[in-house]
Write a protein that binds this ligand. Structure first.
Ligand code: GLU
Length: 297
C-alpha cells in the first residue's frame, strides 16, 4: 500500500522555520517511501485564516521545493462533513451542550481552589480541565452553544480494549522500533468538539480528515504528542482507522522557547525578503537524514 503523508498547517499567521521543518520531513519521507505527500489547509477559524495567508503559505512551500496534488483540501469547505460526525456523537449521548462562559469557568475554578486548597487539574498543555461538576450546565436546545465530549462516558465505551497509538520512533537498522503508546485521552477532560461560533474543532476535524484522505503516516511536532491520545479516542468512537504517528523535534529559539507564528519572527516570508535561499532554510533548521530516520528502514 502506498504510504500517504500530509502537512496540515493552519493559515492564521505566516509560516515559520518550524513549519518548514515539518513540511520538509513529510515531503521527503513520502519521497523516500515512494508515497504521496498531501497539503491540507486547516482553516476552520475563518476569521483568522484569510485567503491571502493561504496564498502566501502555498507560495512559501513551493519556493521551498515542495509540490502536491491539487485540489488541496481546505477544511473551511467541509463543515457539513464535520457536522455529520458531531451528530453521530450527539445521537449516542456522547456530547453535551455547554453554555458556561470563560469567566464563569475561571470563577468556578478559583472558588474551588480556594475552598479545597488544592490546585484544579490541568490538561497536558497546562489549561485547567473543564469543571463540569462545579457548574450547573443547563440543557440548551437551540444549538447556539458549544458541545463538549462527555469524557467519562466515552472512556467507558472504549474500556474493553487497551487504547494505544503506534509511534514510529527514530529508527536505525539496529534499532527498528514502532512503540505502542498508551493513549490517555482523559487527561484532556470534557473537551469542546464543536464551538459556538464554529461547528467543529481542531481535534474533530483532524481525525475526520486524516481518515477521509487515507493518511497512513501522521508526522507532526512533539507539541501534539499528548493530543494524539485524544485523537485515538475520537477515531475509536467514530470507527475511523488509526494511522501511524511520528512526532518530530521542535525548533527552539536561543532562549529555548518553541518558535511560533505569533512571535512574527523568522517567518519564511521575511527570510525570503532578506535574501535567504531554500538551501539556507535547510541549513538554518539543520535538516538532515536524521530527521527522516523513522522512515528509512
Ligand atoms: N493544523 C495544526 C497546526 O497548524 C497541525 C495539525 C496536525 O498536524 O495534526 O498546528
Amino acid at each position: 500500500m502506498c504510504p500517504i503523508f500530509r502537512f496540515a498547517p493552519s493559515p492564521n499567521g505566516a509560516l515559520h522555520l518550524g513549519h518548514a521543518l515539518s513540511a520538509l520531513i513529510n515531503f521527503e519521507a513520502a519521497q523516500r517511501r515512494q508515497g504521496q505527500f498531501l497539503l491540507r489547509i486547516e482553516d476552520i477559524d475563518t476569521i483568522r485564516c484569510t485567503p491571502n495567508q493561504v496564498n502566501q503559505m502555498t507560495d512559501d512551500l513551493r519556493w521551498l521545493g515542495l509540490d502536491w496534488p491539487e485540489p488541496v483540501v481546505q477544511q473551511s469547505s467541509r463543515f457539513d462533513v464535520y457536522a455529520a460526525s458531531i451528530d453521530q456523537l450527539k445521537q449516542r449521548g456522547l456530547l453535551y451542550p455547554s453554555i458556561a462562559s470563560r469567566k464563569e469557568i475561571r470563577q468556578a475554578i478559583a472558588r474551588s481552589e480556594e475552598q479545597t486548597g488544592h490546585p484544579h487539574p490541568r490538561d497536558p498543555d497546562g489549561a485547567p480541565l473543564f469543571p463540569r461538576h462545579l457548574l450547573k450546565e443547563k440543557e440548551h436546545a437551540n444549538g447556539d452553544c458549544a458541545w463538549r465530549l462527555d469524557m467519562e462516558k466515552a472512556m467507558k465505551l472504549v474500556a474493553s480494549a487497551p487504547l494505544n497509538w503506534q509511534e514510529n520512533g527514530l529508527r536505525s537498522p539496529s534499532y527498528p522500533q514502532v512503540s505502542a503508546i498508551p493513549a490517555q485521552p482523559n487527561a484532556w477532560g470534557d473537551v469542546i468538539l464543536a464551538r459556538k461560533d464554529c461547528p467543529t474543532s481542531y481535534h474533530l476535524s483532524v481525525v475526520v480528515d486524516d481518515a477521509a484522505q487515507k493518511i497512513s503516516h501522521v508526522v507532526r511536532g512533539q507539541d501534539l504528542y499528548h493530543a494524539t491520545g485524544l485523537h485515538r479516542l475520537l477515531q475509536q468512537l467514530l470507527a475511523l482507522p488509526a494511522p501511524l504517528y511520528h512526532h518530530h523535534r521542535l525548533l527552539t529559539d536561543i532562549a529555548g522557547q518553541k518558535l511560533s507564528k505569533s512571535r512574527g519572527d523568522l517567518s519564511l516570508k521575511t527570510l525570503r525578503a532578506q535574501g535567504a535561499t531554500p538551501a539556507d532554510i535547510r541549513t538554518m533548521i539543520e535538516f538532515s537524514d536524521d530527521d527522516l530516520a523513522a522512515f528509512l528502514y
